[in-house]
Write a protein that binds this ligand. Structure first.
Ligand code: SF4
Ligand code: SF4
Length: 173
């Protein structure tokens, strides 16, 4: 008797499960044939950071260390230096700039605290999510990797327009 009950219960469970599976078949699919098709990322997506420059190409970072202090993962490493040349010839907008600016993506949790802490809008999140490497050491990105003028735009993603914000409980973007 219990075997018959087990069979009935199992059959009911399978039918119930298949019902859920089948109900998804007519729905719109979000599977993307990456990297043959570009992935659409939302405007608020936090990818690899960008270090910004002003209209003259000077680095906006003044090496104040506020981002490093705000970072809960302690993955930002900065070395400050002075550049006493005239303003138009400087590396940065200020005399003080970051001669070294590293982020260890083996530790970064993409929380965005560094971006919020920056008083100069010198650092933001970009959209690059293609950070897979074979060696953990390669997850350490230097200023040359992070400067907006030196990052190459990947063809493997695009940023959604606001009306394309889909499947999300956060509709304000
Ligand atoms: S996103 Fe968060 S964890 Fe990553 S560097 Fe910025 S503050 Fe640190
Ligand atoms: S990125 Fe911003 S917060 Fe960080 S050191 Fe540079 S100016 Fe300061």
């Amino acid at each position: 008797m219990s075997i018959i009950t087990d069979v009935i219960e199992s059959t009911k469970a399978i039918i119930q499960g298949m019902g859920v599976t089948l109900s998804y078949i007519p729905k719109r699919k979000w599977t993307v044939e990456y990297p043959d098709e570009p992935v659409t990322v939302q405007p608020r997506y936090r990818g690899q950071h960008l270090l910004h420059v002003d209209e003259l190409g000077r680095e906006k970072c003044v090496a104040c260390y506020l981002c490093a202090a705000a970072c809960p993962s302690e993955c930002i490493y900065i070395v400050a230096a002075d550049d006493p040349r005239p303003p138009t010839e400087r590396i940065g907008v200020d005399e003080r700039y970051a001669s070294v600016y590293n982020i260890d993506y083996g530790r970064c949790i993409f929380c965005g605290y560094c971006v919020e802490a920056c008083p100069k809008d010198a650092i933001t999140h970009g959209y690059n999510f293609e950070l897979s490497v074979y060696s953990r050491a390669d997850l350490l990105k230097t200023k040359d990797d992070l400067l907006i003028t030196k990052q190459l735009q990947s063809k493997n993603y695009r940023v959604a327009l606001s009306h394309e914000d889909v499947d999300s409980e956060y509709k304000e973007v």
